[in-house]
Design a protein around this ligand. Structure first.
Ligand SMILES: Cc1cc2nc3c(=O)[nH]c(=O)nc-3n(C[C@H](O)[C@H](O)[C@H](O)COP(=O)(O)OP(=O)(O)OC[C@H]3O[C@@H](n4cnc5c(N)ncnc54)[C@H](O)[C@@H]3O)c2cc1C
Length: 288
């Protein structure tokens, strides 16, 4: 590990000021589960580490208008266990419960998971399926960025160097909705995903047709990907085995995996097809 200065600001404005002033020489840190490893390996060599952990008002889950406001510093373990999240935003709690092991989930924060921009993650696909918005504070004030526009590429997000993610807003799914997160890993289920799928569907109570479908594929592209063609295949239709299979094929065609230690492109497309089918069946059953 290289030597660096360490500060623990007590306000968001102070944190933003420090990050802006030091530019690329500064590194924000929250739970530290991703960054400390990179510091140890000297893959990151900041002059200043800005520990966000002491910032007030950035931890916890609150009901806010038509959804939840989730503080960026909220540990992933708290999302998994929160009674409100488990009730109204079950998909998020389910995805949180599949991140790493309990020790990592206790330290890792929701904001860290989103800001790191790593393709192999579980929470960002679920947040995207639920149509979440990120609120980021900078020197010019706060701005809201829908997650659809937040992830730009591997380890690249819409967050600028001087900005701090303060919270995420996650709308409450309408009645008749059901969600499901499924993940495939190599070895232990605590490993990062080979691929995963978060699906949120809404079933019309009178026609039984799918009024809305949001399938998001994770780890099979540089960013979590909405499976637009698969979603369009299903929207407005009554789900059947044939239709679900057709949507799964479309999703696997839309996926953009790369070959790595977790498998070949061909293998990941096969996996994603199976996961889309599983996630859809599970989400539809929950919606019903
Ligand atoms: C052993 C292991 C297994 C794992 N398995 C999984 C898995 O199965 N699924 C999965 O999804 N993830 C997995 N992860 C990744 C884990 O989820 C991330 O390491 C974690 O979410 C990062 O959160 P953190 O708070 O520790 O972030 P940090 O390490 O503190 O920060 C990560 C990045 O985000 C930035 N950042 C953090 N918070 C903010 C903020 N509020 N505003 C602006 N920038 C910010 C930092 O500058 C840094 O660039 C695993 C990690 C480990 C170590």
């Amino acid at each position: 590990m290289t030597r660096f200065d360490y500060v623990r600001p007590s306000t968001v404005a102070e944190a933003v000021g420090l990050l802006e002033a030091h530019g690329d020489d500064a590194l924000a840190i929250a739970g530290g589960t991703a960054t400390v490893l990179l510091l140890q390996k000297r893959m990151l060599r900041p002059e200043l580490v800005v520990d966000l952990g002491g910032l007030p008002g950035l931890t916890g889950v609150e009901q806010n208008g038509g959804g939840l406001r989730i503080g960026a510093l909220t540990p992933i373990r708290a999302i998994e266990r929160d009674a409100i999240v488990r009730g109204t935003h079950h998909l998020l709690a389910e995805a949180a419960s599949q991140v790493a092991g309990v020790r990592v989930r206790n330290a890792a924060t929701v904001g860290g998971s989103v800001c790191f921009g790593e393709p192999q993650t579980d929470l960002p696909p679920a947040l995207l399926a639920m149509n979440a918005t990120a609120t980021i504070a900078g020197s010019q004030g706060s701005r809201d960025v829908p997650l659809e526009e937040f992830f730009l590429g591997p380890y690249e997000t819409a967050r600028e160097q001087g900005e701090v993610l303060t919270h995420l807003s996650v709308p409450t799914p309408v009645p008749g909705s059901g969600g499901c997160h499924v993940k495939f890993t190599m070895g232990s289920p605590e490993n990062k995903p080979v691929a995963n799928v978060s699906a949120l569907v809404t079933v019309d109570a009178s026609t039984r047709a799918l009024a809305d479908v949001r399938i998001v594929m994770g780890a099979v592209g540089g960013v979590p990907m909405l499976a637009h063609k698969a979603n369009d295949t299903l929207k407005g239709e009554r789900p059947s085995d044939a239709l679900i299979a057709q949507a799964a094929v479309r999703a696997s065609e839309e996926a953009d995996p790369v070959e790595d230690l977790r498998g070949s492109v061909w293998y990941k497309r096969r996996i994603i097809k199976v996961l889309v089918e599983r996630a859809l069946r599970c989400a539809i059953e929950r919606a019903n």
